[in-house]
Design a protein around this ligand. Structure first.
Ligand code: SF4
Length: 295
């Protein structure tokens, strides 16, 4: 999903607005991340065109096509190794690496290269940790819109991987009701099915939930059913879903649809307060406005 790009504060090369080259280097991109709070190294599994199960009106992946940029076996590992060999020294003077993130121009669970990418990131981090133990603690983050949890093969692969690597799964949960979810996902995936799929996965592997908060500027309506959202969270908790944190965020860059507008910090903090009050103390609620973390 595109949310990884949405975080880019514009000071580093983004994957589509600033192509980083061809071949391996086109799929590896450093991002200053609001939510990772530092440098996140992205792996874009869709360098040729956007592929997603959703069509979110707030999506920040621009329509584009680079048919020459095809994924090939071995490409992710080659790209990561090239980055650390040739570029990392420059970045490391200013930033700590907070994570390696599998995201990019679409929904990564659609890619036949997902497992290979996770394994490549794990191998590269292990090798780097031989010289610098810091890298052993760097997580590999999968940013998903949650529709992949409907696929047992994806869930099993992620569970296996999580048992031997430092995997974090950041999963989208938008809207809080079937009607709002339909608007915000631009899809016919039933809200209840997605929630059930999140619950089924999160009892096996811990997740962070990510929720977009925005408004329809034509009506002024916030596209969020707060009551429904809180009820959904409580049902996930009752079902023993392992939710480490909830990240509430708003639009930070131009969205796909011009009628989508971001919320201001005060609106976000009001919603965050309600969410926090409805949850057990162990689940953190983080809030990200247009320019970064707010509290
Ligand atoms: S999940 Fe939504 S925001 Fe993410 S890439 Fe797909 S359409 Fe865009």
């Amino acid at each position: 999903m595109s949310d990884h790009y949405e975080e880019n504060e514009g000071r580093l090369p983004g994957p589509e607005s600033h192509p980083r080259g061809r071949g391996e280097t086109a799929i590896i991109y450093p991002v200053l991340s609001r939510r990772a709070r530092g440098l996140s190294l992205g792996i874009n599994l869709f360098p040729d065109r956007k592929q997603c199960t959703y069509d979110c009106p707030y999506c920040e992946v621009r329509p584009f096509s680079a048919p020459g940029a095809r994924m090939r076996p071995g490409m992710v590992e080659a790209g990561l190794r090239a980055f650390f060999a040739h570029e990392w020294r420059m970045y490391s003077e200013q930033f700590e690496l907070r994570d390696i993130s599998v995201s990019g121009n679409g929904e990564p669970t659609l890619s036949p290269f997902l497992e290979e990418a996770l394994e490549a990131a794990h191998r590269v981090l292990q090798d780097l940790a031989g010289a610098n133990p810091y890298f052993a603690g760097v997580p590999i983050v999968l940013i998903t819109n949650s529709s992949g949890f409907l696929r047992p093969d994806i869930c099993e692969m992620l569970e296996r991987f999580s048992q031997r690597a430092r995997l974090e799964v950041w999963a989208k949960l938008d809207g809080g009701s079937p009607a709002m979810h339909r608007i915000l996902s631009g899809s016919e995936f039933a809200y209840g099915r997605i929630v059930d799929a999140i619950a089924g996965f999160a009892v096996r592997v811990p997740i962070k939930l990510q929720t977009m908060l925005c408004r329809d500027s034509r009506s002024g309506r916030i596209l969020f059913d707060a009551e429904g959202y809180l009820a959904t969270l409580q049902s996930l908790v009752q079902r023993k879903a392992r939710i480490g944190a909830i990240q509430l965020y708003t639009v930070a860059r131009p969205p796909a649809e011009p009628w989508i507008a971001g919320l201001d910090d005060a609106e976000l903090l009001t919603i965050a307060g309600r969410v926090r009050a409805a949850l057990p103390a162990g689940i953190g609620v983080e809030c990200f406005g247009r320019t970064g973390h707010i509290e």
